[in-house]
Design a protein around this ligand. Structure first.
Ligand code: PSU
Ligand code: MN
Length: 307
């Protein structure tokens, strides 16, 4: 993509601009997971590890956020640290929030929805996250469904995630992805992962055994459909939460979030934090392992994508 055709608010790091111009593999990384999803100091360690994994696989990492009225594609770790500092009060930006924040010179971290909208505009085809957002439990009355799903339905992007967070209604989320025309492909698995768990209890129609197969699948998909695709990569074997501990923590976390009365954008961060307390931090380690693994797989797929 020609970077000078981008809106004037876009600022690409020289490294990312060079990589895109020379058709090297680039992997977009979101910033909400760092700013609102993980506690300090692990959040910045995870960000650094993800960037290192992407580089080790031969691709260029492009962490995305909005900083003082600019869309930043390829944020440095120092800049990310500034955004993650609680004193910066960084907003959580879904795709719909970005234009408004840009117009007033504000800053914020981007969710999967926000990140893919911006990454796509910059000409990036692959992103990594931890767990995609989805349909919340009780959505039949609350209507709480992450804009990650609808944004993926209109954004050509391969999103590598460990399925969706098990705090969600996983079955309903899979049904919505079906309705929205977003394919879900297991990476070396035929079971849909549930973030902290390698298997959330649902079978997948499709799976790919190698980065090359996943790259070919997404390349053919984008030629025939405007939607994105989910590559579901389970947390590495031996690193998942024990199912019994998981179920107990989930019940506790959901109850605590309910007590706290979280609504809107706060729901997911509040439940993740409650989950971390309920597992005395073990869930944070699992989250870390899975995001780093997803960054590595995303980079391998990006390298295998035809230019
Ligand atoms: N994956 C993680 N931790 C996170 C998220 C993903 O391991 O915090 C974030 C992503 O930014 C995702 C968001 O887009 O959670 C979903 O938020 P919501 O349910 O409000 O759409
Ligand atoms: Mn929501």
């Amino acid at each position: 993509m020609i970077t000078d055709a981008l809106p004037s608010s876009f600022r690409l790091s020289p490294e990312v601009a060079d990589a895109l111009a020379s058709k090297q593999a680039v992997v977009a990384l979101e910033s909400t997971i760092v700013v609102h999803g993980l506690p300090a100091p692990q959040n910045l360690e995870v960000a650094a590890e993800c960037e290192a994994e992407v580089r080790a696989a031969g691709a260029v990492p492009a962490t995305i956020a909005v900083v003082r009225g600019e869309v930043r594609i390829g944020l440095s770790l120092d800049e990310l640290a500034e955004l993650a500092d609680p004193s910066s009060n960084a907003a959580k930006l879904s795709a719909r929030d970005i234009g408004i924040v840009l117009s007033r010179g504000g800053s914020g971290a981007t969710t999967v929805a926000g990140t893919i909208a911006l990454a796509r505009r910059a000409g990036i085809a692959v992103m990594a996250t931890g767990g995609l957002g989805g349909v919340h439990r009780g959505a039949a009355t609350s209507f709480d469904e992450s804009a990650d799903l609808t944004t993926l339905s209109r954004t050509s992007m391969l999103v590598v995630s460990s399925g969706v967070k098990s705090i969600l209604d996983v079955g309903a989320t899979l049904e919505r992805l079906d309705t929205l025309g977003v394919p879900v492909v297991g990476f070396q698995t035929t079971r849909f992962p549930g973030f902290y768990l390698r298997d959330a209890g649902f079978a997948l129609d499709w799976s790919c055994d190698s980065p090359a197969a996943a790259a070919a699948a997404f390349d053919q998909h984008r030629a025939v459909s405007p939607t994105g695709m989910v590559l579901a990569n389970p947390v590495p074997e031996g690193r998942e939460l024990n199912q019994v501990a998981h179920d107990a923590a989930l019940a506790e976390a959901l109850a605590e979030a309910e007590r706290l009365g979280a609504t809107g954008k706060a729901v997911t961060p509040v439940i993740l934090a409650a989950f971390a307390r309920a597992t005395t931090g073990v869930s944070v380690q699992v989250n870390r392992d899975l995001v780093v693994s997803n960054a590595s797989v995303a980079a391998a797929v990006a390298v295998a994508m035809p230019a």
